[in-house]
Design a protein around this ligand. Structure first.
Ligand code: IPM
Ligand code: MN
Length: 353
């Protein structure tokens, strides 16, 4: 077993957390008995400021040829918001057709949650977010721009194919031995009656014909954020569109302990996968060995699962729980240890079991 992995450390604290993720990957590979090559790419703010280039098409072709992509963080105070997000992150999602955004929401033992009286047994679900359509498709336009009669239209694009492949992935995910066979569709069928009619029919048709054993459930998006706080234990796997998925996964990140621990994957099940910590580049903590690398380490764990090593992914989770038990806090600068110490703790545990 050999893998080609692309590494995009990016900006700010991205390189520091990526280094810890790679440390853990090395330990897992040694124990699981596989090898890999890493190809580093310097896409991010510095390269953009130097060359005006974000993610060229040629790079997209190279990335497509890797088994997985490991991304740190992008964003820089000197770059206008939107340029790097669109030019790198969204370009990779769309260009590589990474149509599933996978966001496990798991409260690990020892992690503080702002949700009172809920613990690790209650907060353990996965959000499958459609990652290439909806309001992110960037169709629409202006009419009479800059005049008092200006009109801006931003359209939500929902294709049967796009909804169906995402929903099918979510059903398959609900079949996994580490899930509980329940899939919740999160939508807005009462108001957005075109888009969610398509999603609703697709959800039921695919469920009835291909996954009759999976329990089907539905929640409006405004209700689901309420239930995330009051009854998070109701959820197993959730499938939703791009915009709703963006919003609900940030709330979900907070109930699992914050951006220091939340990880995600951008996946094309027939192609490659790109794994990233959910937090940003945190420029004010750059180069101080104070940023929490657990989200990046969790992303490396998700990458192991994607590469076909679910057992190694569990070792990483176990290593994270071990590190958490020694940390004073998950917040940057308050961990009671440095970024590299956290990585060492996880890597040692992964290596030795
Ligand atoms: C996320 C982020 C991105 C999104 C931004 C950075 C474009 O918020 O991955 O959730 O909106 O999808
Ligand atoms: Mn987001």
């Amino acid at each position: 077993m050999h893998y080609d992995i692309a590494v995009l450390p990016g900006d700010g604290t991205g390189p520091e957390v990526v280094a810890e993720g790679l440390k853990v990957l090395a330990a897992a590979a040694a124990r699981a008995g596989f090898t890999y090559d890493l190809t580093h790419y310097d896409f991010g703010a510095e390269r953009y400021l130097r060359t005006g280039e974000t993610l060229p098409d040629s790079a997209l072709d190279e990335l497509r040829g890797h088994d997985a992509i490991f991304l740190g963080a992008i964003g820089h105070p000197d770059v206008q918001p939107g340029i790097l997000e669109q030019g790198i992150l969204l370009k990779a999602r769309f260009g590589l057709d990474l149509y599933v955004n996978l966001r496990p929401v798991k409260l690990y033992p020892g992690v503080w949650t702002p949700v009172k009286d809920k613990g690790p047994a209650d907060i353990d679900f996965v959000v499958v977010r459609e990652n290439t359509e909806g309001l992110y498709a960037s169709t629409g336009g202006f009419l009479k721009k800059g005049t008092p009669d200006e009109i801006a239209v931003q359209e939500s694009v929902n294709t049967r194919k796009g909804a169906e492949r995402c929903i099918r992935y979510a059903y398959k995910y609900a079949q996994r031995p580490d899930r509980h066979g329940k899939l919740t569709l999160c939508g807005k069928t009462n108001v957005l009656t075109y888009a969610w009619d398509l999603w609703w029919r697709t959800f039921n048709e695919v469920g009835e014909t291909e996954f009759p054993e999976i329990q089907r459930d539905y929640s409006h998006v405004d209700a689901i954020v309420m239930w995330f706080v009051k009854n998070p234990e109701w959820f197993d796997v959730i499938v939703t569109d791009n915009m709703f998925g963006d919003i609900i996964t940030d709330l979900a990140a907070m109930i699992q302990g914050g951006l220091g621990i939340a990880a995600g994957g951008n996946i094309n099940p027939e192609g490659t996968g790109m794994f990233e910590p959910m937090g940003g580049s945190a420029p004010k903590y750059q180069g101080q060995n104070v940023i929490n690398p657990l989200a990046a380490i969790g992303a490396a764990g998700m990458m192991l699962d994607w590469l076909g090593h679910p057992e190694a992914a569990r070792w990483v989770e176990d290593g994270m729980v071990h590190a958490i038990s020694k940390m004073e806090s998950l917040a940057a600068g308050q961990m009671g240890m440095g970024t590299s110490d956290v990585g060492d703790l996880v890597a040692q545990r992964v290596a030795n079991g």
